[in-house]
Every structure is written in structure tokens, then in C-alpha cells.
Design a protein around this ligand. Structure first.
Ligand SMILES: NC(=O)c1ccc[n+]([C@@H]2O[C@H](COP(=O)([O-])OP(=O)(O)OC[C@H]3O[C@@H](n4cnc5c(N)ncnc54)[C@H](O)[C@@H]3O)[C@@H](O)[C@H]2O)c1
Length: 257
């Protein structure tokens, strides 16, 4: 499989988190220039140390994807530095809290929707303006198996991840005539900070038991790893996937099977 991203510009939100850092590392190893967006400058600086890319090939933008002006800013800064955006890994997201819908705190619901839905939607909006000028581009949105079926005690998160699929499919059909592809990935549980938080929310001190219970729901018997997510993201972003657009692809160890 040809995975060559030499001189391609890859913009990644949630760039200091589990999926984001590994995607940055993976794309950089194939020659890409990387723009990383996350909340904290300090966290981004730490990722930069690890990536050790030349300054010309790396842009760090501290931004909150819940704020439209911050989104405009990270898109503009990427365009200013690199002149284009080839690949957008629209990945920033939060889990919210573990709670029954009937008790779900409305302020947390709003925050989940602001970040996971509006942040992803407006990210696409402004990145697509750049990609439509280029007549090319590739967007990978991050849904979840929680975007394919209901899940107890995570209703705001589930709501947000269903929404990702709707926006992905709409953007895919709108932009296909311009050669821009838009897809979504639907991971099951993957070993990152986010799952540690969900396990603790479900079971407190017995988080290890919650993890074991989750693992039992996955036919392959384990969580996914971030490297496995990056492999799929790179495939979808590559020419090998040139005829794939508008899909929402489970990467779930058989969870949805
Ligand atoms: N880990 C899993 O099991 C799993 C499964 C399915 C889908 N996902 C999705 O994958 C994506 C990445 O998750 P992860 O596991 O890497 O989690 P993570 O918590 O390790 O990383 C998420 C990153 O997003 C950043 N972020 C949060 N709010 C932000 C905001 N308002 N503005 C900018 N950045 C913000 C965080 O600071 C963090 O660095 C999320 O959208 C998540 O919902 C994760």
C-alpha cells in the first residue's frame, strides 16, 4: 500500500490527545507537514518535542474548538503557514459525564454538543472553504460505535457521535464533485485517557472491572490501540481510498458485528 504524504499538509484537532498525537507521529513519518490544534499550548509544546519536526513543517495552535473565532483562527494560521490544507483529521472531542439521560446535567450536555458537534461542524465549514478553493482535500471525522447504537449513561456523547455521521454524509455528497472526500471512523473502546475517564465514571475505584466488562463486549477481546486508529485514518486520507467517500467505518474488533 502506498502511503506517501510527502509535503501534504495535515491539520489535526485534539492534537495533544491520544488519537491526535499518534496521527501526527504517523503522518509525519510519511513526510507530511503537520498543524496541531488543542486547548493547551503547554501540551502542544510537549508533543512538538516528541515529534521533533523541523520548524517549517510544524504549526502549533492553542485553540478551543467550541469557539467559532478560534476555529477561524486555526484554519487561517494553517493556510498562512502552509498555503493549503490537504487532510483534516477533525478529531477533538470530549466524553461528557457518565449519567442517566433523566439526570444528565444540562451544562455538560451543552458542552459536549458545543465541542463534539458544533466544533466538528464549524471545523469542516471553514476547512472546506479552503479545500473548495483548491478543488481537493480529504476530511476524516471521528464518530464512534456510540454513533451507531445507543449506549447507557453516555447519552450526550452518543447524541454527538450520531450527529458526526449526518454531517459527514452531507458534506461528502456536497463536495464529491470537487474531488473532496469526507469520511467518518467509528472506533470502539481504544486505550487513551478518554476510556480511563469513562471507566472511572462507570465504576469509580473499580475501573479495572469496568474495563474488563467492556472488553467482553468486543469479539476480539481487547481495546483498540491508537496505532490501529492511525492506520485507518492514513488509509482513508491516501490515494488508496480514492473511491471511498461518505462512509462511517467501524474499527471495533467486531463490536458492532
Ligand atoms: N478513546 C476511545 O475509546 C474513542 C472511541 C471512539 C471515538 N473516540 C473519539 O476520538 C477522538 C479523540 O479521542 P481520544 O481518545 O484521543 O481522547 P483524548 O482525551 O486523549 O484526546 C482528545 C483531545 O481533544 C482535546 N480537546 C478537548 N476539547 C477541546 C476543545 N474544546 N478544543 C480543542 N481541543 C479539545 C483534548 O485536550 C485532548 O487533547 C474524540 O473525538 C473521541 O470522542 C475515542
Amino acid at each position: 500500500m502506498k502511503l506517501d504524504f510527502t509535503n501534504k499538509v495535515v491539520l489535526i484537532t485534539g492534537g495533544a490527545g491520544g488519537f491526535g498525537v499518534d496521527a501526527a507521529r504517523s503522518f509525519a513519518s510519511k513526510g507530511a507537514k503537520i498543524a496541531l490544534v488543542d486547548l493547551s499550548q503547554e501540551a502542544l509544546d510537549n508533543v512538538a518535542k516528541e515529534l521533533s519536526l523541523p520548524a517549517d513543517d510544524l504549526l502549533l495552535v492553542a485553540a478551543d474548538v467550541a469557539k467559532e473565532d478560534n476555529i477561524v483562527s486555526y484554519v487561517n494560521k494553517t493556510k498562512e503557514k502552509f498555503g493549503r490544507i490537504d487532510i483534516f483529521f477533525n478529531n477533538a472531542g470530549i466524553e461528557g459525564v457518565v449519567s442517566k439521560l433523566a439526570d444528565y446535567p444540562s451544562d455538560v450536555f451543552n458542552k459536549v454538543i458545543d465541542i463534539n458537534v458544533k466544533g466538528a461542524y464549524l471545523g469542516m465549514k471553514y476547512v472546506l472553504q479552503v479545500m473548495r478553493e483548491q478543488n481537493s482535500g480529504n476530511i476524516i471525522n471521528v464518530s464512534s460505535v456510540a454513533g451507531l447504537a445507543g449506549m447507557p449513561d453516555l447519552s450526550a456523547y452518543v447524541t454527538s457521535k450520531f450527529a458526526i455521521i449526518g454531517m459527514t454524509r452531507s458534506a461528502a455528497v456536497e463536495n464529491a464533485p470537487l474531488g473532496i472526500r469526507v469520511n467518518a471512523i467509528c472506533p470502539a473502546m481504544v486505550n487513551t485517557r478518554m476510556m480511563r475517564s469513562v471507566e472511572e465514571g462507570m465504576a469509580g475505584e473499580n475501573a479495572a472491572q469496568a474495563k474488563a466488562a467492556f472488553e467482553q463486549t468486543i469479539p476480539l477481546g481487547r481495546y483498540g490501540e491508537v496505532e490501529e486508529i492511525s492506520s485507518l485514518v492514513m488509509f482513508l486520507a491516501s490515494e488508496e481510498a480514492a473511491f471511498i467517500t461518505g462512509v462511517f467505518l467501524p474499527i471495533d474488533g467486531g463490536f458492532t458485528a
